[in-house]
Design a protein. Structure first.
Length: 323
């Protein structure tokens, strides 16, 4: 079974409580559960997305660097892992769908470019921008001060992260000390990991127990460990956790925080190579779709309206550097 097919089948089983419990109890191959669902709780999970579109704006398209204009395509890279409703595989196991892909296509519409969606492991996405293999990294990327040294950013969504726990666990995480002594999963190399490590170190310095941090690289990998109690919580993007809570009905949100920590409200942004000129066009494109309402339609479609920004900003203050 291919990796993409396996991820989609795991996602399918997680969308119903019965399938999830059957998989947890070893009730046969996941493929025996049947085909992936075409919809769940109002979400369209098919390859036929009937995406929201908008018209090209020539004055904005003219600001795209000539090399990209001549090529006629905007190469957009993003996470290869399945992270609904942000970026994940449709029920055909190969088409990338989700809010992040919808935003990529809308930006491409305004710029008059065909979008070439590609996928890579998290760290490799930065490498692909560095090498020029990709023009934009659109995959729940948080603005950080360290990243701003190498890349330009244009914001399009608030960065809210959430702790997801088993339903009725009694766990509430409202401040850093609440993670002391818990076994919490994250994806490595993310800002959630950085925050969790920082909080654990602070707690140890204050005489509290450390957090037992464990890692699951793909967002959907934590579903079964959380359901079975092998971890106390998962710390990840709020949209993904909210999606899972709504679909499986076996977990709940135990606390939300800014992805940039206590200092400021984090923001998610389109990442481009520094000083290559593309960020200005992308920024104007995002502000155009905010103004014409198609931006809000995407947010509503994926139930993430709470993370809307009023204006796209270039290179705002980001997550502070770690000492």
């Amino acid at each position: 079974m291919s990796t993409a097919r396996f991820r989609t089948k795991i996602l399918a089983s997680a969308l119903t409580t019965v399938a999830l419990l059957a998989a947890a109890c070893g009730g046969g191959d996941v493929e025996d559960e049947g085909s992936a669902p075409t919809s769940a709780a109002g979400y369209n999970l098919t390859a036929d997305q009937n995406r929201i579109t908008t018209d090209e704006v020539e004055s904005i398209a003219a600001k795209v660097p000539q090399q990209i204009r001549d090529r006629g395509t905007l190469v957009v890279t993003g996470s290869a892992g399945s992270a609904p409703p942000l970026r994940f595989y449709a029920d055909d196991d190969k088409t990338l769908i989700g809010s992040e892909t919808d935003f990529a296509y809308l930006i491409g519409d305004v710029l008059g470019l065909k979008v070439d969606l590609q996928a890579a492991d998290w760290a490799q996405n930065f490498v692909r921008i560095d090498s020029g293999e990709a023009d934009a990294f659109i995959s729940n990327v948080t603005v950080t001060e360290e990243r701003k040294e190498k890349y330009d950013f244009s914001t399009y969504r608030l960065d809210t992260v959430a702790f997801e726990t088993k339903k009725d666990s009694g766990i509430q995480i409202k401040e850093p000390k609440d993670v002391a002594g818990l076994k919490i999963a994250v994806s490595s190399g993310t800002n959630q990991e950085a925050l969790l490590v920082k909080w654990s170190e602070q707690n140890v310095a204050a005489g509290l127990e450390p957090t037992d941090i464990t890692y699951y690289q793909n967002v959907t990998d934590y579903y079964l460990p959380l359901a079975s109690g092998r971890i106390d919580a998962y710390f990840g993007p709020n949209p993904s956790s909210s999606f899972h809570v709504a679909q499986a009905g076996e977990s709940e949100i135990a606390g939300t925080f800014s992805g940039a920590g206590d200092a400021l409200q984090g923001e998610i942004a389109v990442l481009t190579k520094k000083d290559n000129g593309l960020v200005a066009a992308v920024n104007e494109a995002i502000n155009h779709i905010i103004e014409n309402g198609t931006y809000a339609q995407v947010l509503d479609r994926w139930n993430i309206a709470s993370e809307a920004v009023g204006t796209s900003v270039v290179n705002p203050p980001g997550l502070p550097k770690t000492s």
